[in-house]
Design a protein around this ligand. Structure first.
Ligand code: ADP
Ligand code: ADP
Length: 226
């Protein structure tokens, strides 16, 4: 699905230059569930941003289904993300003054379609993550676990084939974290490809592949039995 070939990413701010990724090569196969682990600052978020075409590499090649996305302009990249990608974050990133249903509908912002069919999609996504009864609530009226499930609904409402999750259980207790993992495993079983950054070894163990990073490099990539 995705091929990264010798990807490097340098950040320059004032006189300080940081190499967040050093010549990373990685293939993400359709249908896999990859967990990315490594210490803080080793480049995990940078890697996810490049996989999600949110950030462009300084050098190296990024292929999505064989196509070099570097040749696309910003508008075409935004369309690519809207069609193929769902993002989930550690801090949920819901919009405070929109209801849960309105937040989830943001996941359809680049989709054409009548309001009736949009509402059907939003309701289906809410039911899928078990928050169907929370449509008219605002984010602050929900528990952290419910907010993260709403954020997952927003990520999946457009039926993406790739889900990128940056420490999706990092702010959750054990029980809510387990619920989020169950939802992600269900989405993977239904066909979604998932790349998840995590600090939790027990969550990483539930993925089909574990990727370890250190200092901007991939140091291990191991297939795991499910
Ligand atoms: P991780 O997700 O593993 O914690 P990151 O990908 O966020 O790591 O960061 C990798 C390195 O790049 C770190 O040294 C970080 O400080 C640096 N970095 C990340 N984003 C920026 C940025 N926008 N500007 C400058 N340096 C950055
Ligand atoms: P669930 O309904 O999925 O079992 P929880 O057990 O997490 O959800 O929450 C129980 C109830 O308490 C829910 O109605 C939830 O909206 C509410 N709730 C939990 N945390 C908060 C909070 N910080 N502020 C307001 N309401 C909350």
């Amino acid at each position: 699905m995705i091929e990264l070939q010798s990807i490097s990413r340098l950040y320059r701010s004032d006189e300080i230059e940081t190499t967040a990724l050093h010549g990373v090569s990685l293939s993400i196969r359709r249908g896999e569930f990859a967990a990315v682990m490594g210490p803080s600052g080793c480049g995990k978020s940078t890697l996810l941003n490049i996989l999600g075409a949110v950030d462009r590499p300084t050098s190296g090649q990024y292929l999505f289904e064989g196509e070099d996305l570097a040749k696309r302009g910003e508008g075409a990249l935004a369309q690519h993300r809207a069609r193929h990608l769902g993002f989930i974050f550690q801090s949920f990133n819901l919009v405070d003054d929109l209801t849960i249903a309105e937040n989830i509908e943001l996941g359809l912002i680049y989709r054409k379609g009548r309001s009736g069919s949009r509402r059907t999609l939003v309701e289906a996504a809410m039911d899928r993550v078990g928050i169907g009864h929370r449509a008219r609530h605002f984010p602050h009226q929900l528990s952290g676990g419910q907010q993260q499930r709403a954020a997952i609904a927003r990520a999946i409402v457009g039926d993406p084939d790739l889900i990128l999750a940056d420490e999706p259980t990092g702010n959750l207790d054990t029980e809510n974290g387990a619920q989020v993992m169950d939802i992600l495993k269900g989405l993977n079983a239904a066909g979604a490809t998932i790349v998840m950054v995590t600090h939790s070894p027990s969550h990483a163990d539930q993925a089909s592949r574990r990727i370890d990073m250190l200092d901007g490099r991939l140091v291990a990539s191991v297939a795991q039995a499910l």
